[in-house]
Design a protein around this ligand. Structure first.
Ligand SMILES: Cc1cc2nc3c(=O)[nH]c(=O)nc-3n(C[C@H](O)[C@H](O)[C@H](O)COP(=O)(O)O)c2cc1C
Ligand SMILES: [Fe+2]
Ligand SMILES: [Fe+2]
Length: 403
């Protein structure tokens, strides 16, 4: 049984979703599965935009042949906008099946493909570079490079006829597609945006400057549809997504609000964190989220850090160190180059609390961040004598969030 769907004049969706895989790139939880999008343009020439992950390649190939056979057409070109194996691992099968087709990619893609798979498609390659066009009949496809969004070889492609942007991994999201393909077919609410934000923060997050450059380039085109390699086809929400990408890429927070992440073994640090949240609420701060760092995969927490302006880190001292799950979270923040945030610290220790200093040291490389001097130190459990330091911390957070 094959599945394909018209997404634009002459452009069909032929991608597939994987519901079985539980971790994308072998570490990022994807409870909703993952969609590997692929599009087929049927013009005087036919063009496939990107292949698929190996996990869905059987059904993906059936989708292509189902469509082409029904129209009595053959495949002329395969454009590779991004050669990461989640898109290119089935490319060989496509080219073996459609022996007259040619692969369209850039020099970097060619080199990387050879590195991964040990061969290229000699005699069947069309190398394209910045600004080059491919005329397929009614449609004119224009290629432009999007280096480090999020790999060096990435390029995007604009179809002048339908005003569609093939955006590679940009504007993608976690989650499979279950019949719904367009952003107009779902409730595009915060729940969905979480899948986009977590995808951005963890896959593309490190490369903000490169994303901004690519957004700038793309802004010279009038875009009515975005066709990404993961997630929904965007039509209605393009403005919203470009707005969010502009914030995320500049490492600006979406919300004035407080993210509290705590590490606790016997719940005393947890108790202080929840009390802090309660006080902040009473002082009028609307948006507060509290997470147990050990109960949450760091990819969710990094995503929240891209959203909130102010971040409280509360950790027990553990063998003279930061608690291990908190340390992993901090490493992710550093790795994703988070910026422009206010950080606050709560430490707990029974004999020699040092976790606040260690957390601050870890984060000191982050740009344009403030690191509160008002560390709250708890010795095993909160006591009345801690109230003064607690109140000072509350006041500082309220003042900063209120600014
Ligand atoms: C394995 C282990 C190692 C610890 N190492 C330290 C330490 O190096 N320094 C310290 O002051 N407290 C240390 N503690 C005490 C913790 O910081 C203690 O859990 C904390 O004071 C109570 O907070 P909680 O209820 O949030 O876990 C350690 C506790 C455990 C179980
Ligand atoms: Fe990718
Ligand atoms: Fe991808």
């Amino acid at each position: 049984m094959t599945r394909f769907r018209l997404v634009e004049k002459d452009i069909y969706y032929v991608g597939e979703s994987d519901f079985k895989c539980s971790k994308f790139e072998n570490h990022i939880p994807i409870p909703g599965g993952m969609a590997y999008n692929s599009y087929l343009l049927v013009d005087e020439k036919t063009v496939l935009f990107d292949a698929s992950d190996a996990s869905v390649s059987d059904m993906f190939l059936e989708n292509i042949s189902g469509l082409l056979d029904s129209l009595n057409r053959k495949l002329d070109y395969v454009v590779v906008t991004h050669m990461e194996p989640d898109h290119s691992s089935s490319l060989k099968r496509v080219l073996e099946k459609y022996v007259d087709s040619k692969v369209v990619y850039n020099k970097k893609t060619q080199t990387m493909f050879k590195q991964f798979f040990g061969y290229t498609f000699e005699g069947r390659e069309i190398l394209v570079s910045e600004g080059e066009k491919l005329d397929t009949g009614e449609h004119v496809l224009e290629f432009f490079m999007a280096p480090m969004v999020h790999w060096p070889e990435v390029m995007m492609c604009y179809d002048h006829k339908t005003k569609s942007l093939f955006s590679a991994d940009a504007f993608g999201a976690f989650g499979s597609l279950s019949g719904n393909l367009f952003d107009t077919e779902i409730e595009f609410d915060e729940k969905i945006i979480e899948d986009y934000r977590r995808y951005y923060a963890n896959i593309v997050g490190k490369y903000g400057p490169q994303v901004l450059k690519t957004l700038e380039k793309a802004s010279s085109f009038e875009i009515e549809t975005i066709l990404p390699l993961h997630g929904f086809v965007l039509k209605k929400e393009i403005g919203k997504m470009i707005g969010l990408y502009s914030l995320w890429a500049a490492y600006k927070s979406e919300k004035k609000g407080v993210l509290i992440v705590y590490a606790s073994m016997y719940d005393h640090t947890k108790s202080v964190s929840l009390t802090l949240a309660t006080y902040l609420k009473e002082k009028g701060i609307k948006d507060i989220k509290v997470y147990d760092v050990s109960a949450q995969d760091p990819t969710y927490l990094v995503s929240e850090a891209f959203k909130y302006s102010d971040i409280v880190l509360a950790s027990v001292t553990h063998n003279n160190n930061i608690y291990i799950t908190m340390e992993e979270f901090l490493l992710s923040l550093v790795s994703m180059n988070v910026q422009n945030r206010n950080f606050y610290f709560i430490e707990n220790g029974t004999w020699a609390p040092v976790s606040a200093k260690l957390m601050k040291d870890k984060l000191s490389v982050l740009k344009n961040c403030t690191f509160s001097e008002n560390t709250l130190t708890i010795r095993s459990a909160y006591k009345q004598e801690d109230q003064g330091a607690f109140d000072i911390l509350v006041d500082e957070i309220v003042t900063n969030v209120g600014k």
